[in-house]
Design a protein around this ligand. Structure first.
Ligand SMILES: [Zn+2]
Length: 314
């Protein structure tokens, strides 16, 4: 068992839910799952938008905050806090659950935070996952404040057994949803002067930055940017059958690339650009086609391996 049984639960509509003792995790999970609102979008907010709570940084008449501070017990531990909001654009109202900083918290392993987040997304029926974040440059053409919308990734993390469902063969030849990617690119192009619609995101464990030798190695591998947040999110999105796309701002040069990065500039980018990146995400939620023939669903096939899952029922 990956966690102790839950003794409390909290949502905006239920401040105290006494489930009694003993309560099985599966029972708790089913109770908790019934409290997760149904939404179309899951947002993995990163340093690009969520250095502050989402509700504080976006002044947009399309946006309606429905609830804040939502969290649930999951088979992987207590979830991070979510904001539930509605965006009403030309295609009608759409709802989202957003988590800040990918669900990372001190004292919680990042892999567990990702599993908690995507368990909630799965229970919510999320069909589209959008993410943002800050990245370091590997490609010498890139400068701070450039925006990159990656189309591929290299996962150098050492996390293992990262899946919520694990019952499908996940094909990663098209990891990024082409339709959401296009919509995110159109939104970003209206806001930023340099937007790159393709690139390879190299993922590390973090949270430390890379050494000069590591950056040189990652350049040889073919990475354009380096960061800590595209995987496992892109993999977990496919695991639950959702599309994935992300927008990433270069916040520093990789070590040994062009020149040493400046901490004051890094901080300035985080806080000055967060509203603009958030607006790009909102534009995409409002305008993207929910029923597009993007092909992502065809890249998730039933597993041919009948391996029993010894974990508690997610
Ligand atoms: Zn798709």
């Amino acid at each position: 068992m990956r966690q102790s049984a839950a003794r409390d639960a909290r949502t905006s509509t239920s401040s105290s839910l006494d489930v009694g003792e003993p309560d099985t995790l599966s029972k708790m999970s089913s109770i908790e799952a019934s409290l997760v609102p149904r939404v179309e979008f899951g947002l993995c907010g990163g340093s690009g938008t969520l250095s502050k709570p989402y509700s504080d940084i976006v002044d947009d008449e399309r946006l309606e905050i429905l609830a804040t501070g939502l969290c649930w017990e999951t088979p992987f531990g207590r979830s991070p806090e979510f904001t539930h909001f509605r965006v009403t654009g030309s295609k009608g109202p759409r709802e989202a659950l957003a988590v800040r900083m990918h669900g990372w918290r001190r004292g919680v392993k990042r892999a567990d935070a990702s599993l908690q987040t995507f368990w909630v997304f799965h229970q919510a029926g999320v069909r589209k996952v959008l993410a943002d974040g800050g990245v370091g440059s590997l490609n010498r053409l890139l400068d701070p404040r450039d925006v990159v919308l990656p189309t591929d990734f290299i996962d150098l993390t050492t996390r293992q057994d990262i899946y919520v469902l694990g019952d499908h063969l996940l094909i990663m030849r098209q990891p990024i949803c082409p339709i959401m990617h296009h919509d995110l690119y159109m939104a970003a192009s209206e806001q930023f002067s340099r937007v790159f619609p393709r690139g390879t995101y190299l993922v590390t464990d973090g949270p430390r930055f890379e050494s000069i030798a590591e950056v040189a190695y990652m350049q040889q591998l073919g990475g354009d940017v380096v960061g800590q947040s595209l995987a496992p999110e892109v993999i977990l999105a496919r695991d639950i059958g959702a599309c994935y796309a992300g927008i990433y701002m270069v916040v520093n040069y990789g070590e040994g690339v062009i020149r040493e990065w400046d901490h004051a500039e890094l901080r300035a980018i985080f806080f000055e650009e967060s509203d603009v990146v958030a607006r790009c995400v909102l534009d995409t939620i409002a305008e993207t086609d929910l029923d597009s023939d993007c092909g992502c669903a065809d890249l998730r096939k039933p597993s041919l391996l009948d391996i029993p899952d010894e974990r508690d029922e997610p």
